[in-house]
Design a protein around this ligand. Structure first.
Ligand code: CTP
Length: 374
């Protein structure tokens, strides 16, 4: 039996990128032989094993055929007579269909190295179309590699368009779609993900609500400028739901996030950002009561981890020309110095204590405004 490093690890090492995840393909082995060598089995559909020492995944070379919709119904055939080339041909892109032997030799039957050099994301074979998730994967790879000059081969884009226009995308599970979307939001050029989904008509199927943002070049550059995926998500939703009547906006955003199973961290930031971004961007025009209301509404006194994300989003919207970026953290710091114990020592208690705290907070907000006008 012979094990080869495959997929992303080979691609990234040839690109000179650090490799975090290493996947292996084993040719010429049976499941029983793997078990005898101490590998632990995982999964029930096809034979994948975990190396007893490294914990890395070793899959028996396999061919596969599709019988169902979406990401389901793959029929696997793994046996010692399946060759490395047969295993590699079922993979999505030529740059993901290379293998590396123990001695460092690259096995590259589908010209992945040529496509790496010409910066081309090209499908390996017509079997590409058996897996609709690949429309999202390729869009995500473009979001990662476009800054290095990569493009999608026209013939691959055509297959992606055909897949998106068939009913295959509707059969993808919500979790997989969200997983690809979230990963794409973390890549260096997430706008490319949205542009590609628009170009293939996949966006209208998977995220129709995001069309206004994806059609707006200003929003697309904004999401590239923000660095945190949650902030990018918030910027997209702010633009996408801008035309929704204000009283329905939060509800529609919640519905969108719930339907896509977005994690709470994404949903909550998006809700707060969509609700308060305008006020945040005009911070220096707010009066003391409005500043205090904003801080309390955003719950910043208790959840200050949101602050830096909100400020990141505002900085992008306002071209870094933000009074809020200096003022809000200072205000929060000052507000947090109000010590209820001191007020209690002065004799305040019950409702009166609450009022004294409110009054002290308002005074601090007013002091900040007075300080700004000096
Ligand atoms: N693969 C595929 N089609 C898919 C998923 C995976 O062809 N829908 C193949 C590709 O050869 C890919 C390999 O399986 O390189 C490993 O997949 P995965 O770990 O998901 O992706 P990576 O290519 O390693 O990319 P990433 O850096 O995003 O993890």
């Amino acid at each position: 039996m012979q094990a080869y490093l495959v997929g992303g690890a080979v691609r990234d090492s040839l690109l000179g990128y650090p490799v975090y995840d290493r996947d292996w393909v084993v040719v010429g082995a049976t499941p029983e032989q793997m078990l005898q060598q101490g590998f632990r089995p995982v999964g029930k559909d096809f034979p994948v094993f975990i190396h007893p020492d490294s914990g890395e995944e070793y899959a028996l070379a396999r061919t596969e055929r599709k019988s169902g919709k979406g990401y389901t119904g793959f029929l696997y055939h793994a046996s010692p007579d399946v060759t490395l080339e047969e295993d590699l041909i079922r993979r999505d892109l030529t740059i993901n269909a290379m293998a590396m032997a123990d001695d460092g030799t690259i096995i590259d039957p589908y010209n992945g190295q040529r496509d790496l050099q010409s910066r081309c994301l090209r499908h390996v074979s017509p079997a590409f179309s058996e897996d609709p998730l690949r429309v999202l994967r390729i869009a995500r790879f473009l979001a990662r590699y476009a800054p290095m000059g990569f493009h999608i081969a026209p013939e691959t884009l055509t297959l992606m368009q055909q897949l998106a226009q068939s009913d295959e995308l509707q059969h993808l599970s919500t979790e997989r779609v969200w997983q690809e979307f979230q990963r794409a939001l973390g890549e260096s050029a997430p706008e490319q993900f949205l542009r590609t989904l628009m170009q293939t008509d996949a966006l209208a199927v998977l995220f129709p609500e995001l069309l206004p943002a994806a059609q707006d070049s200003n929003t697309l550059s904004q999401i590239n400028l923000a660095s945190d995926p949650r902030v990018r998500f918030a910027l997209l939703l702010r633009r996408s739901f801008a035309a929704t009547p204000a009283e329905q906006r939060s509800q529609k955003i919640k519905l969108f996030c719930d339907q896509r199973r977005a994690p709470n961290a994404y949903r909550d930031l998006a809700l707060q950002f969509c609700h308060h971004a305008d006020q945040l961007c005009q911070f220096n025009q707010l009066d003391a009561a409005q500043r205090l209301g904003l801080v309390k509404n955003l719950d910043l006194l208790r959840r200050s981890e949101h602050l830096s994300l909100l400020l990141q989003g505002c900085a992008v919207i306002c071209n870094n020309n933000l009074s809020v970026q200096q003022q809000l953290p200072l205000l929060l710091q000052a507000l947090q110095q109000i010590d209820p114990k001191q007020l209690m020592a002065q004799g305040f208690k019950g409702k009166a204590l609450g009022k004294a705290i409110d009054q002290a907070q308002l005074e601090i907000c007013q002091q900040q405004i007075d300080g700004e006008s000096v």
